[in-house]
Ligand binder design. Structure first.
Ligand SMILES: NC(=O)C1=CN([C@@H]2O[C@H](COP(=O)(O)OP(=O)(O)OC[C@H]3O[C@@H](n4cnc5c(N)ncnc54)[C@H](OP(=O)(O)O)[C@@H]3O)[C@@H](O)[C@H]2O)C=CC1
Ligand SMILES: Nc1nc(=O)c2c([nH]1)NC[C@@H]1CN(c3ccc(C(=O)N[C@@H](CCC(=O)O)C(=O)O)cc3)C=[N+]21
Length: 299
């Protein structure tokens, strides 16, 4: 049986290119207008993985020349206190982007908090205004992880028009917006979830297979149509024995090799693009806010 020479999609390299573009534009804006974009990242509680991501985000924000404001609140922070912080950040002219790290403690209604973020500063694209705009196919601030996946797909494949895309997962953070973006890119989209009957059969018809379930090993080699492009969003830390851990995706990577045309590795695939898209969204949001203020229009 002939096997395919599977190409790895280097997310780190794509992310570095996008970050370099953002960095150059930030330097130019500072030089020519003396204006610097600012990103506020809010973390409630002490989830170890979230702390690592927030550290990465703040470090990279500073490294492209933007201002970074980290707000770490105790796990027992009340909903009212968090809403008060969001209101302060909405009113702060130095803050152009606000990201509230998920998940929030169960005592806090995350929908309420996400909807309280000024839509012009909602660089995670998770509030109802930006979600609605994406759903209508209008310009919007687009959630960073699905945006990163879309940029990888377009960089690798060019036009996605007419391709059959299967998205496994329908979370508000990843799967749902991913399906919307692929639909806007003129794909034929199937969204699979926990109630889907025979997800494997759907997956086997996909030209583009995006997997975002957090279930390591869910997608086997025989779920993949030969030559398909596979985007593995899943990130799970598993023990390797001897007290060490490693990160794995939702796809059995070794089985995908020789079947998929292209695939994103974990780590080094979608993850780095998520952060690059956050920086790009923050620059975009800042430009809109400056333009709005200058012309007196709402951003
Ligand atoms: N690389 C990155 O930048 C990012 C990576 N992630 C990672 O992506 C993964 C998904 O994250 P997230 O979307 O937030 O997770 P959620 O747990 O919120 O959502 C998982 C989704 O997968 C579906 N699902 C679960 N099991 C199956 C199954 N056996 N068959 C079909 N569908 C299934 C669920 O269906 P249902 O809705 O029916 O329950 C749900 O829609 C995680 O590993 C997370 O760590 C997340 C964000 C960013
Ligand atoms: N409001 C909100 N927005 C998010 O975008 C959001 C969130 N909450 N909560 C948690 C998830 C997770 N997430 C990741 C970002 C970067 C990497 C990343 O950079 N990963 C590296 C590896 C990092 C490592 O080594 O630990 C990689 O895949 O190569 C991973 C995961 C964003 N999330």
């Amino acid at each position: 049986m002939s096997t395919i020479d599977t190409r790895l999609i280097d997310g780190k390299q794509h992310a570095a290119a996008l970050t370099a573009r953002v960095s150059a534009e930030v330097a130019q804006l500072d030089r020519e207008q003396g204006q610097v974009p600012g990103l506020a990242v809010v973390l409630v509680g002490t989830d170890a993985a979230s702390e690592v991501y927030v550290r990465n985000k703040t470090r990279q924000t500073s490294s492209v020349g933007m201002r970074s404001f980290a707000h770490t609140l105790p796990a027992d922070t009340s909903e009212a206190e968090l809403l008060a912080l969001v209101a302060r950040l909405n009113a702060d002219p130095d803050v152009h982007g606000i990201l509230v790290q998920l998940p929030l403690p169960p005592s806090i209604d995350s929908t309420l908090v996400l909807d309280a973020i000024d839509p012009a500063k909602d660089v995670d694209g998770l509030g109802q205004v930006n979600v609605g705009r994406v759903t209508l196919g209008h310009p919007a601030l687009v959630p960073c992880t699905p945006l990163g996946c879309l940029l990888l797909l377009e960089a690798e494949l060019g036009s996605l028009s007419g391709l059959h895309a299967v998205v496994v997962g329908r979370s508000n953070l990843v799967g749902r917006p991913m399906s919307q973006l692929l639909l806007n890119a003129d794909c034929t989209v199937t969204t699979a979830h926990i109630h889907t009957v025979d997800t494997a059969a759907h997956a086997r018809r996909a030209d583009i297979l995006v997997v975002a379930t957090g279930r390591p090993g869910l997608v086997r080699g025989d779920w993949i149509k030969p030559g398909a492009t596979v985007i593995d969003v899943g990130i799970t830390r598993i023990p390797t024995g001897s007290g060490k851990t490693k990160l794995v995706g939702d796809v059995v990577f070794e089985e995908a090799l020789g079947v998929a045309g292209r695939i994103t590795p974990v780590p080094g695939g979608v993850g780095p693009m998520t952060i690059a898209c956050l920086l790009s969204n923050t620059l975009h949001a800042a430009r809109r806010q400056w333009a709005g203020r200058n012309t007196g229009r709402a951003a």
